[in-house]
Ligand binder design. Sequence first.
Ligand SMILES: *Cc1c(COP(=O)(O)O)cnc(C)c1O
Length: 480
Amino acid sequence: MKLIFERSRKGVRCATIRPLEVSTYSVEKKYLRKELSLPEVAEVDLARHYTELSRNAFGVDSGFYPLGSCTMKYNPKINEELASLPGFSKVHPRQEVDTVQGSLHLMADLSADLMELTGMDGMTLQPCAGAHGEFTGLLLIAAYHESRKDTKRTKILVPDTAHGTNPASAVMAGFEVVNIPSNAEKGVDLDALRAAVGPDTAALMLTNPTTLGLFEKNIEEISKIVHDAGGLLYYDGANLNAIMGVVRPGDMGFDVIHLNLHKTFSTPHGGGGPGSGPVGCKAMLAEFLPKPSVVKNKKGNYEFSCPKRSIGKVSTFYGNFAVMVKAFAYVRTLGSDGIKEAAEHAVLNANYMKAKLEDIYPTENRYCMHEFVVDIQKLKDQTGVSAKDIAKAMIDKGIHPPTMYFPHIPGVIDESLMIEPTETENKETLDEAIAVLRELYDLAFKDAKYLQEAPHNMAISRPDEVAAARKPIVRFEGEY
Ligand SMILES: *Cc1c(COP(=O)(O)O)cnc(C)c1O
């Protein structure tokens, strides 16, 4: 399609500006631009341009979007409407607290709901992404050890099935990362864990369900081993929609958790935002939480307060408020029964797809949680068709590709597709996707080349993905 700049024609306008009724004001010449090159198009061209652009983007409103680890579920539109109510969307963070009591009330109640869901005693809503939550949680852990003068605890243990952000956050927070290998069941290898813990262990960061979509069975034993060594337990709860309302990380022995409101709690995301990664913690860590937090005073009013030994601010003002409104609407609409049901459906949908595919797409031979990983290695050996080829061919069928090559455990899983159907898809959609995946499998044996050149019906077929990410061309450089 043409760029808006290429549609530009000199002198064409999109609006009729009425003659001025007030006197003009002249800006000093030194502040004036010498030129301002904006595209010149008619209103109809503008509308068509952006509509066409939107058709070239794929979203959860366009079709099935089983992008593992990302929870691209359908979110109720009414929650968007609630977040844009003027009472929420028009408040200013510098307003006096007595003029924003409703917003603070919502923040306090959302915090309480999330504490209840996770089994935690303290909560901050400030972090603006999952990884930001991890960083914040790790700072709490560092502050805790330091407050006890236990300063030798410099290491964070990270199992190899952790999400990639876990080791990155640990390094950002100033820790050293120790990798813990998996056992034959793709859970944490307990012997390796026992050998790794010690007086230098600050914490273990566990992604649960793991990036293989599996529940860590030995959670109590893991919790005991780490706690006995004086370390704390961090729960990566980005994918809470597998367990919410069913089990609580706080009850499993975890001390800190982050959630991704933009995955589980009703904020559509993608392209980098908007996000919110609240962090919950047990009582002994609450005094370190970021400032400010929202509390109810004796008169029943809400106010900001600074936890006693706060690690400080981790975000401008109070975090991503609109995302909090949507999360609150989601939690209160579903209620505790609905939340549990959503988790059960997320797990049921994943297991249904897994069961209908595993005769041809090998996967772990046990129940999965909200997502599952299929291994394409054998298909590739037989036909030359890779995980990427299958993913690209799905685009032609109106399905967003699953996550590719993640997790990647060299020599164990090299050609992976990670499928997360989410709880919002119905059986018909799942059946269609299953049929597509089965058809593509058969096609791999009949016409591998066709798959290797897919997608065939898109404006762009196979861009150089590394160059597209590292050297994006985001500016129009031609003439108009
Ligand atoms: C998505 C995800 C993250 C990171 O969240 P961001 O908001 O993208 O920073 C961390 N851990 C897990 C398990 C995730 O799925």
